[in-house]
Design a protein around this ligand. Structure first.
Ligand code: AMP
Length: 277
């Protein structure tokens, strides 16, 4: 696996890659969820590139940018073992050179949920992902369904800007007890980790209730209550949405997602689950 840092090194490395190229953008602190993206990338392309960049513009002023886990050497080893061909770890000046003044803001699907709870977050995501796609020029880029709204925002941006890349979503990888893998799970104390299972369990229970024809409103209220009694505070949202538009549904219809964001101690967790009728 070739490791490059500067934009100049990336340009040279990219010129040497032939065949279909897949890109897996990450913020590092890699886990089996990220590695599932690499596996899927390998199935769908001849060569696989990954990026590790903790993008400051997608963090709010009171969020965890400073303490976000950074494990470059271990990440590089994991990627190499998994068969990744190229790793780009740009510096801040490679992504945002002096004078950088552009922001990509996707409307519609970005506005509710994470967009509301984390103002500016999706502008940061869209801008950095566009920058990474235009720098690496992959044929396909892979993103996790774990960040379901992010995937929808990126799909919208790629269509709207006519970027010549295919976007693929990869199902969420979970711990044996159901907790979705996340770099932020490292923040949880042992006691919080034990309680964290309630997020996926509650999503599952809400799905079962809705599929068993329980009215959506009461099912969501019960879900919020069970999250609170498991020790979650500040439930930003727990909603049933249309899987394509992310607009809230008050009755089941077609392809849907249950989406949730809630805080346990000092750690904000998000998760989602598919359902359809
Ligand atoms: P991050 O490093 O958190 O920015 O995530 C990089 C990519 O990995 C994003 O496309 C995420 O959606 C994806 N990802 C994160 N956690 C998981 C997971 N548990 N399963 C599948 N993909 C994931």
């Amino acid at each position: 696996m070739q490791i490059v840092r500067s934009s100049e090194e990336l340009t040279k490395a990219r010129a040497g890659i032939n065949g279909k190229l897949a890109l897996v953008p990450t913020m590092g602190a890699l886990h089996a969820g990220h590695l599932a993206l690499i596996d899927e990338a390998k199935r769908r392309a001849d060569r696989v590139a990954a990026t590790i960049f903790v993008n400051p513009t997608q963090f709010g002023p009171n969020e965890d940018l400073a303490r976000y886990p950074r494990r470059e050497e271990e990440d590089a080893r994991l990627l190499e073992d998994r068969g990744c061909d190229l790793l780009w770890m740009p510096g801040i000046e490679d992504i945002y050179p002096a004078g950088f003044a552009t922001r990509i803001s996707v409307g519609g699907v970005s506005e509710r949920w994470e967009g509301e709870a984390r103002p500016g977050h999706f502008d940061g995501v869209a801008t950095v992902v566009a920058r990474l796609l235009l720098s690496v020029r992959p044929d396909i880029a892979l993103f996790g369904e774990k960040d379901f709204q992010q995937l929808a925002v990126i799909r919208r941006m790629v269509v709207d800007l006519g970027l010549p890349v295919e976007i693929a979503g990869v199902p969420t990888v979970r711990e044996p007890d159901g907790l979705a893998l996340s770099s932020r799970n490292a923040y949880l104390s042992a006691e919080e980790r034990r309680r964290a299972v309630a997020l996926s369990a509650t999503l599952g229970a809400a799905r079962d209730a809705i599929l068993a024809s329980r009215p959506v409103g009461p099912a969501l209220t019960a879900a919020r209550e069970s999250l609170r009694s498991a020790g979650f505070s500040a439930i930003d949202y727990f909603a049933l949405v249309d899987a394509a538009t992310l607009e809230p549904l008050d009755a089941p219809a077609g392809e849907m997602r249950l989406i949730a964001a809630a805080t346990l101690g000092a750690t904000r967790l998000i998760d989602n689950l598919a359902l359809s009728i």
